[in-house]
Write a protein that binds this ligand. Structure first.
Ligand SMILES: [Ca+2]
Ligand SMILES: [Ca+2]
Ligand SMILES: [Ca+2]
Ligand SMILES: [Ca+2]
Length: 350
């Protein structure tokens, strides 16, 4: 019994540390915005972001998923629960990775987009236009959905995947990139080399960051989404839209090139971004928050005073602000906010 209790306490401690160790931040959206695609929810507790042509998804610090944008077929309404570690927005459908390593798909399923494989040995996911791909614990790829994009190559040395419109790209352990699926514009024929560290797949083009911080681009160039790639050695991440491209610089700023017909070039200003996404005409970015999640009184720690402040407003159903304890910014103070505070409890050496 005592051992069991110890195990449980250790698990809770590891869980709490794991949660609070992840940098959190707020979401910024821009570009195509017919159904709120460019209007992600408020809050300071997001840990990752993903956006497609139709909608966006973001992971929260409490391991739940937030969705926004065009909710056709329910794609922008994620399942409830606090047992998710990743979420990826496809076109009209979505895929999530649970903390137990299993997959969950929702939204449109006319082409098998949400027919995710069974099992609980998955570590990474990517949702494209009509297909999805996952990496398993042994480093192999599994695909589902429509067309050749649903049939990734064999091998067990993959470390990252991305999904575009009818094609996919994967990064291998040796730093090389492989592509599969539609190749009408050379989008699934990435350049040779063993020095790539990050990849992105868009409409008909691909992007990569090299180990030296420079960019590589290939495929369709109708709007300069390939040839317009900026020079320099200070890039850390890329996102490929339908006909435009985005890159995150080491200084935390975002740059755009290619198509701007839907305000894709209206990237948010600032140099505090830690992640970018967007495979359609809408962009999303995660802005690092220096707000210590749960520090309601702003004195640099999360302690009993903050907890008391939240509990005094617990159950507030509308109009709550951060100082009231609304950590996820949805206007109320409930269990989700309490969990977020408790995950950081003790941070800042009270
Ligand atoms: Ca405090
Ligand atoms: Ca204090
Ligand atoms: Ca709330
Ligand atoms: Ca709530």
């Amino acid at each position: 019994m005592r051992r069991l209790l110890l195990c449980a306490m250790t698990f809770m401690l590891v869980f709490a540390v794991g949660v609070s160790a992840q940098p959190t931040g707020s979401l910024a959206g821009w570009g195509y915005n017919s159904h709120g695609e460019a209007e992600p929810p408020a809050g300071e507790d997001y840990t990752s972001c993903s956006a497609s042509y139709t909608h966006g998804l973001a992971m929260k610090a409490d391991s739940s998923i937030a969705g926004w944008g065009w909710d056709l077929d329910g794609a922008a309404t994620p399942p409830a629960g606090n047992d998710f570690q990743a979420a990826s927005a496809g076109w009209y459908f979505s895929v999530a990775l649970r903390t137990d390593g299993s997959l969950y798909g929702w939204g449109r399923n006319d082409l098998g987009q949400t027919n995710v494989p069974a099992g609980n040995d998955f570590v990474m996911i990517a949702a494209g236009q009509d297909h999805g791909t996952a990496i398993t614990t042994d480093g192999s790829l599994v695909g589902w959905g429509d067309g050749d994009a649903a049939n990734p190559p064999a091998g067990n040395d993959y470390t990252a995947i991305v999904a575009g419109c009818h094609f996919g790209l994967a990064l291998k352990e040796d730093g090389s990139i492989v592509g599969w699926g539609s190749n009408s514009q050379g989008q699934s024929t990435p350049p040779a080399g063993n020095d790539y560290v990050a990849i992105a797949a868009g409409g008909l083009h691909g992007l990569a960051v090299k180990a030296d911080g420079s960019l590589a681009a290939w495929g369709c160039d109708w709007f300069g989404e390939v040839s317009g790639a900026p020079a320099g050695n200070d890039f850390v991440a890329v996102a490929a839209g339908t006909y435009h491209s985005l890159a995150l610089k080491a200084d935390g700023s975002i740059v755009h090139w290619g198509d701007d017909a839907n305000n894709q070039d209206q990237v948010p200003a600032g140099n505090d971004f830690i992640a970018i996404g967007g495979t359609g005409d809408t962009g999303v970015a995660l802005r690092y928050s220096d707000v210590l999640l749960g520090d309601l009184d702003g004195d640099g720690d999360v302690d009993l005073a903050d907890l008391a402040q939240l509990l005094s407003n617990y159950g507030m159903t509308s109009g709550a602000i951060y100082e009231d304890g609304d950590l996820d910014g949805d206007g109320d103070v409930d269990l989700a906010d309490l969990a977020a505070l408790l995950a950081n409890y003790g941070v800042g050496n009270p």
